[in-house]
Design a binder for this molecule. Structure first.
Ligand SMILES: *Cc1c(COP(=O)(O)O)cnc(C)c1O
Length: 427
């Protein structure tokens, strides 16, 4: 499979190059040059998760990864449970938060770290992976890359912008993982990373890569869990005839997760449609309404992993539907909820069903309460465990018990948003 640069169709690279480079020239995103259609779907209940993952990824990674490496990487990526849990009639949660850092980003981070290790051609020089995070990506990347040979990880998170639980996950490992607490916002963290990645003089001395969600190795493995969700519903009795009634609702920020779902759909996964559940950062909602795409500065919400004003994967999602808003509307509905609505959903769901939603999953569940048709079966993605967002969960459910986090033996480096200081830490 080749990948082309969305900024320049003639620039094509293989999977390995796309992963190592992360971003294509001119800030372009790499896009698979074709979408293969598979015929495994009606057989899902008889296949193991690793067989399904390997079959879905094989066309995208060949020939950069050989079959044995692919199988090993997929089995290490999917080494935790991804259960489907019924919350209400016809409404289920695909719980993606049973991995080591309790958010779906574990899947992409584990897959990418192992791919990068396989593609390090010059093994004498370590590669430094930079990641700006609002919380969950940093945790997943720290854990996924921990002790990966020849890889140094630098994570930048905004001071006061992540929960204690997330901070612990990023700062407790040590070893090849270094966490920086930046006196600034997430945007400042991202600007520092971008400055480093575009600093030619620095890159002549240090091999740099980035593990943010534009990397195809983070995006592609996320296709798998849509198939795993369907597999479980089929094992629980959903017939081949009824799989076409399934609607996936995806709490969305940068739209990587949703783009992966639509990719799986284009590969033939027999589901009906998707809902993008958003917070007040609603660029894609407005696009679907008006046909005009207009990014906005992000606003802070209680579902902060979705506080993205200009979702980076929107261009990929749009391309999957031939850049035609009418075609996109046929597979995707986008809805938005403000903070009050999110808290209310968490509170009401707990009272009615006993199920504890995190603020991101709450947008997905509410979209199924509001938008599912009579004959449809809804599955929303549980993108993170509630424990990671204790403050917000306790606002909705005061008796929810947290876990004491002890940061005393954790290590972080303080940083201002001055690039020259950061650069010194990289040399
Ligand atoms: C990252 C994240 C999202 C948003 O996912 P995208 O792929 O960026 O749309 C939603 N919920 C949680 C908990 C996350 O960590």
């Amino acid at each position: 499979m080749n990948y082309y640069n969305l900024q320049d169709k003639n620039h094509r690279v293989d999977f390995g190059t796309a992963v190592v480079q992360g971003l294509a020239p001119n800030n372009g995103l790499y896009m698979p040059s074709e979408i293969p259609v598979l015929d495994i779907w009606h057989d899902l209940p008889n296949l193991s998760p690793v067989e399904i993952g390997t079959a879905m990824l094989r066309p995208f990674v060949t020939p950069s990864l050989d079959e044995a490496t692919l199988k090993r990487v997929v089995s290490e990526t999917l080494s935790f449970d991804i259960p489907v849990v019924q919350v209400a009639e016809n409404r289920h949660c695909l719980e993606l938060f049973h991995g080591p850092t309790q958010a779906f980003k574990d899947v992409g981070a584990r897959f990418m770290s192992r791919c990068l290790a396989a593609f390090r051609h010059d093994k004498s020089q370590p590669v430094t992976v930079l990641t700006a995070t609002s919380g969950d990506t940093g945790s997943a990347v720290a854990n996924g890359f921990y002790q990966v040979d020849g890889v140094q990880v630098k994570i930048l998170f905004p001071k006061g912008g992540v929960s204690a639980y997330q901070e612990h996950q990023m700062t407790s490992l040590g070893g090849n993982i270094q966490a920086f607490e930046v006196d600034g916002t997430f945007d400042d963290c991202q600007a520092l990373v971008k400055s480093a990645l575009s600093d030619e003089a620095l890159r002549a001395d240090v091999a740099l890569s980035s593990a943010n969600s534009i990397n195809v190795a983070r995006l592609l493995p996320q296709m798998i869990y849509y198939a795993l969700g369907l597999r479980q519903l089929m094992q629980q009795g959903l017939t081949n005839h009824d799989v076409n009634k399934v609607v996936f609702s995806v709490p969305s920020g940068n739209f990587g997760n949703l783009t992966a779902g639509v990719l799986a759909y284009k590969m033939g996964l027999p589901v009906k449609r998707f809902i993008a559940a958003c917070n007040e950062n609603d660029a894609v909602c407005r696009y679907l309404q008006t046909g005009e795409y207009a990014a906005k500065a992000s606003v802070a919400t209680v579902a902060n992993a979705m506080d993205v004003g200009n979702p980076s994967n929107f261009v990929r999602l749009s391309r999957l539907c031939a850049d035609d808003v009418v075609k996109l509307r046929q597979v995707l509905l986008a809805v938005r909820y403000d903070d009050d609505a999110i808290i209310e959903t968490m509170q009401a769901t707990y009272e009615k069903t006993g199920y504890v939603l995190d603020p991101h999953g709450a947008t997905g569940y509410q979209s199924l309460l509001d938008g599912l048709h009579e004959d449809e079966i809804g599955v929303f993605l549980g993108t993170a465990a509630p424990i990671k967002f204790l403050d917000v969960v306790q606002r909705a459910i005061p008796d929810y018990q947290g876990i004491e986090v002890d940061l005393s033996s954790c290590h972080k480096t303080q940083l201002t948003n001055d690039y020259q200081t950061f650069k010194k830490c990289l040399l």
